[in-house]
Design a protein around this ligand. Structure first.
Ligand code: GDP
Length: 526
């Protein structure tokens, strides 16, 4: 039973620079998968587009997006779990963490804009983790970049080899369809195409005159020439290179017109990896192990201030999870059971009795969880690979209501457990430094501290722009470094020392002068 359930699961994240068409594609995948009946069901995760001053609206929308942040559906005997990610850079931390809970990724790229800032950053995270990536080039109905140029751009800018598995015929106003190189069939484009596989024209031999019949002389010749070129330029598709994160297969289409989505989905379930083994601080955990294990990668606050409870998103790594069964919360050394574990589907959610490796469930929590927490059947181990990344903006937190010090302490600790921002302390806890990737979070923190904890604060700008975790094989050297840089050293929530640097130059300088000290961009290193 366990083995069957593991084999049928595909858990992936969908990522893109804002506006490339991630939401549209997600919705179309659900539509093709039969999970929703009509377009418009998936609420737009549009928090990212609102102006900074609208952070209230953003929080509200974040609430809506809880339902859409994990979506499961069945397709051709597979259980597909899509993990949505916010595209906006202010929520990049959220996205990085979500990527720790997936086995592969679909990256959406706009054919007109090509590789954009967030595309680059997100791919960097995928490469670091060797996550297999499929690229979907969207908006082929618009006058985008030339196909081969776009592929070259992907390779050079994203630092990954690519291999087209479908090939577009024309572009923008001359866009006629795509040829599925992998399955050797032709899919002709019509706007707002309803699907479905009957519309495909099998063409096993490109020399077949059927091609002229459907495309006309000129487009048929161009397609033959281009396919020949593609087969000379690119090596045949090697699934093991894809699975190890070195090669990204590429599909072309237009999500809004339901075009190219079916090819993507069909090929995805064929090539994308099933739930993979995951590392802990003691050993590798295989999904086929009979005992349940899982970890929390995302926490979402309840927006209703009357209910302090939160939802912790837990990725199941091995065994079978069951409702109302006691599990071991490793960090707290505590037994917990869950009366209403939840699974999410487009616009609704339901209580689940059981869940399997690869699944993500929502656990209602009143403050037991923080990001990275491990649940087991009793074994003492912690999943690793859920690092914190260096924030980019740092501000000192100042308490403006001395009567509410306790509330402020509690509030800021809980908000950082949720991953809204990172908290660093100096002078045994007296000085609190908040690190984020976007300005937006400061407004959110200030607002939530007041609303939910009755605490008021203000932020004081700092010249710090980078935090590097420091370590050394030589404890004496580390002690000396920390001592001599006391004003630039703070401690994260795990009490690990970090070096607060004004710029990369400060780090390079320290690297040269303190050869025994190692500096790390993330909180986990080898
Ligand atoms: P996200 O920010 O990545 O989630 O992007 P959305 O899915 O919200 O899409 C951004 C905009 O691009 C919306 O106005 C969509 O209607 C539009 N869009 C999405 N797919 C296509 C496409 O295939 N062709 C065209 N022309 N527009 C598209």
């Amino acid at each position: 039973m366990l083995s069957r359930e593991v084999k049928k699961r595909r858990t992936f994240g969908i990522i893109s620079h804002p506006d490339a068409g991630k939401t549209t594609l997600t919705e179309k995948l659900l539509l093709f998968g039969g999970a929703i009946q009509k377009a418009g069901t998936v609420k737009r995760n549009k928090a990212e587009k609102t102006a900074t001053s609208d952070f209230m609206e953003i929080e509200k929308q974040r609430g809506i997006s809880v339902a859409t942040s994990v979506m499961g559906f069945e397709y051709l005997d597979h259980k597909i779990n899509i993990l949505d990610t916010p595209g906006h850079k202010d929520f990049a931390e959220d996205t990085y963490r979500t990527l720790t809970a997936v086995d592969s990724v679909i990256l959406v790229v706009d054919s007109v804009k090509g590789v954009e800032e967030q595309t680059r950053k997100l791919m960097q995270v995928c490469r670091m983790r060797h996550t297999p990536v499929i690229i979907f080039i969207n908006k082929m109905d618009r006058e985008g970049k030339e196909h081969l140029d776009l592929l070259d751009e992907l390779e050079s800018e994203l630092n990954i080899s690519v291999r087209p598995l479908s090939w577009p015929i024309g572009i923008g106003s001359t866009f006629k369809g795509v040829y599925h190189l992998h399955k050797q069939k032709l899919n002709l484009y019509s706007p707002n195409k309803k699907s479905i596989s009957d519309d495909y024209i099998p063409i096993e031999d490109l020399a077949d005159s059927k091609l002229e019949e459907h495309l006309g002389e000129k487009a048929a010749t161009t397609l033959r020439d281009e396919v020949e070129l593609v087969d000379t330029v690119y090596e045949p598709f090697d699934i093991s290179l894809y699975r190890s994160g070195y090669l990204a297969p590429v599909f072309f289409g237009s999500a809004i017109n339901n075009f190219g989505v079916q090819e993507l989905l069909e090929t995805f379930i064929e090539i994308a990896p099933e739930p993979q083994a995951r590392s802990t601080d003691t050993r590798l955990v295989d999904p086929y192990e009979s005992k349940f294990t899982g970890f929390v990668f995302k926490i979402h606050a309840n927006l209703d201030p009357k209910h302090r409870d939160r939802i912790a998103f837990c990725r199941i790594c091995s065994g079978k999870f069951e409702r109302n069964t006691f599990y071991h919360h490793v960090r707290l050394d505590k037994k917990l059971k869950f009366a209403s574990p939840t699974s999410f589907m487009a616009d609704n959610k339901s209580v689940v009795e059981e869940a399997w490796p690869g699944d993500v469930i929502g656990l209602y929590d009143s403050g037991n969880f923080k990001i990275g927490d491990t649940l087991t059947e009793g074994e003492i181990m912690n999943f690793v690979g859920i690092p914190s990344f260096s924030p980019e903006i740092f501000k000192e937190l100042e308490n403006t209501d001395p009567f509410k010090t306790k509330q402020l302490e509690k509030g800021i600790t809980q908000l950082s457990d949720e991953g809204v921002a990172q908290l660093f302390t100096q002078n045994p806890g007296n000085r609190k430094i908040i690190g984020t990737v976007g300005e937006l979070q400061f407004e959110v923190i200030q607002f939530r501290l007041l609303q939910e904890y009755g605490a008021s604060c203000r932020f004081i700008s700092m010249s710090t722009s980078k935090a590097n975790w420091v370590s050394s094989d030589d404890p004496e050297a580390l002690k000396k470094f920390l001592h001599s840089h006391a004003s630039k050293v703070a401690y994260d929530k795990e009490d690990r020392p970090v070096f607060l640097a004004g710029s990369q130059w400060d780090i390079d300088y320290a690297l040269t002068n303190y050869p025994k000290i190692s500096f790390h961009e993330t909180s986990e290193w080898d």
